[in-house]
Write a protein that binds this ligand. Sequence first.
Ligand code: COA
Length: 172
Amino acid sequence: MPTLDIRQLGPADEAAFLKGFEDWGVEASAWHSLTWKAGMSHADHLHILANEFQGDVAPGRVPHTMLYGFLDAVIVGRCSVRHTLNAGLSEIGGHIGYGVAPPFRRQGFATQLFRAGREHLKSLGVDRAFMTCDSANIGSSTLIENAGGVLQDEVLDAVDDDVTILRFWVDL
Ligand SMILES: CC(C)(COP(=O)(O)OP(=O)(O)OC[C@H]1O[C@@H](n2cnc3c(N)ncnc32)[C@H](O)[C@@H]1OP(=O)(O)O)[C@@H](O)C(=O)NCCC(=O)NCCS
C-alpha cells in the first residue's frame, strides 16, 4: 500500500487542492474543505487555516488543524483535528474527522490519515480522542474499532431520527 505524505497545505498546493473538489464529485464538497469558499484565493485560504490552527476561529468553532493526504501530487483525502471539544463536538463530531475521495477508497488511506491525526492530537497533549460516526458508516466504524475505539453509546442523530450515531473513545 502506498504511503501518503500527510501534512498541512502549503503555498505550492493550490492546483492539487482545487483538483480535490473534482475527485469528490457529487458528494458534499464540505468533505474536502471546511474553510475554503468559492472565489477565495489560495493565499487567503492558507491565512485562514493558519489562524484557525492558532485559535482565531469563528464563533462556535474550535482551533483545528487540517491535514491533507498526498499521493504524489494528488490529494486523496483529509483529516481534521480539533484541538479541543466544544458542546456540539462533545455530542457529535469529536476530535478527529476524515474523508477520502471516492476514487481512492478501500486502500487504507483513511486509516493512514487517522493515524496522522491521532499523532498530531497526541502531540497537542490530548490523551483520549472522542470520535463519532453514523452507525451505517461501516468504513468509519471499522477504522475506529481497529484503532481500539471503545464504544461509549449509540444516540439518535439530532437532525435525522432515522440515523443513529456511534460514539467512541480512543486512547492515544
Ligand atoms: C469512511 C471513509 C473515510 C473510509 O475511507 P477508506 O480510505 O476507504 O478507509 P480504509 O481503506 O482505511 O478502511 C478502513 C477500514 O474500513 C473498512 N472499510 C472501508 N470502507 C468500507 C465499506 N464501504 N464497507 C465495509 N468495510 C469498509 C476497510 O476494509 C478497513 O478495515 P480493515 O483494515 O479491517 O480491512 C470513506 O468511505 C469516506 O470518506 N466516506 C465519506 C466521508 C465519511 O464518511 N467520513 C467519516 C465520517 S465519520
